[in-house]
Design a protein around this ligand. Structure first.
Ligand SMILES: [Zn+2]
Ligand SMILES: [Zn+2]
Ligand SMILES: [Zn+2]
Length: 278
């Protein structure tokens, strides 16, 4: 299974759109992997995870033709993960079809489906857009992938789901956005003997020493998550753990610095365009 990160920042990007903090100024100066777009990912060129305002430009940058996209898995409705206005550009007139229409199916929580339904039901979108409602702990088959939705520990009004995705041989946990996981998720994993080869973890707060905010993670919380996954057999020494989803407000959050800090803890660090063979 190949995972490609298109964007790896939190909501406002790095540099943040209107920010002049030291981190953002430095990111503008250094460029390269220190520049992060809003979070997007793609599995095997087939299964898209999230669709934010940067998706259009990122699709061009990474040479992916979105007219071929059939499967979109949405984590929650925050604008850095879901920007339905661009999905509405599928409607006839804004997009021209030649009888070879591809049906795009959007999978997500009730909040996601609520936002997509008006477009789905409009005449101009006939045969072009479908949606599938996922509730926490639902499992669905999407192409060759078995996808299980787990409740994210994140703003409840955004309908947060995190996803376990397996192609039958390899499996990954896409844990964005979420704070420390709910006990019911651990219980579910235990009951099902769940195992992940790869874990993409929220690291919005970077190396900030401590945080009280419940809905995101920092490196210390990532370590706690990793250690409990290892202890409970949800992961093992072969599992790769990746820190992703960075805010300019997080500690030592520029890629160059954070990569070194995370490596000492055994983590890899995402950057825009990074491809991982899982
Ligand atoms: Zn986010
Ligand atoms: Zn900033
Ligand atoms: Zn969010």
């Amino acid at each position: 299974m190949k995972l490609q990160y298109w964007g790896t920042a939190a909501a406002e990007g790095v540099p943040a759109i209107f920010c002049r903090c030291e981190v953002c100024q430095e990111a503008r100066k250094r460029g390269g992997r220190n520049l992060r777009g809003r979070p997007n990912a793609l599995i095997d060129g087939v299964l898209k995870i999230d669709f934010n305002p940067d998706t259009y430009q990122q699709s061009i940058r990474y040479g992916v033709d979105l007219t071929e996209l059939r499967y979109l898995l949405v984590t929650h409705t925050h604008s850095d993960h879901f920007y339905p206005k661009d999905i509405f550009m599928r409607r006839k007139g804004f997009a021209n079809y030649r009888g070879d229409n591809v049906l795009l199916t959007v999978y997500g929580s009730d909040k996601v489906v609520e936002q997509i339904r008006p477009a789905q039901e409009s005449k101009s979108m006939e045969g072009l857009l479908d949606s599938v409602l996922l509730r926490p702990f639902d499992t669905v088959q999407i192409d060759k992938y078995t996808v299980t939705a787990y409740p994210g520990h994140h703003a409840p009004d955004s309908g947060p789901l995190i996803y376990g995705i397996s192609d039958g041989e390899r499996s990954l946990l896409y844990c964005h956005d979420s704070g420390p996981l709910k006990e019911e998720v651990w219980e579910n994993w235990k009951a099902n003997g769940t195992y992940f080869n790869y874990v993409s973890m929220d690291c919005t707060e970077g190396a900030t020493p401590s945080m009280s905010y419940a809905h995101h993670m920092n490196l210390a919380r990532d370590i706690e998550l990793r250690d409990r996954m290892l202890a409970e057999g949800v992961a093992d020494e072969k599992t790769v753990f990746c820190c992703n989803h960075f805010s300019h407000n997080g500690g030592n959050s520029l890629y160059d610095e954070f990569k070194e800090i995370a490596a000492k803890e055994g983590f890899i660090v995402s950057y825009d365009g990074m491809e991982v063979e899982i």
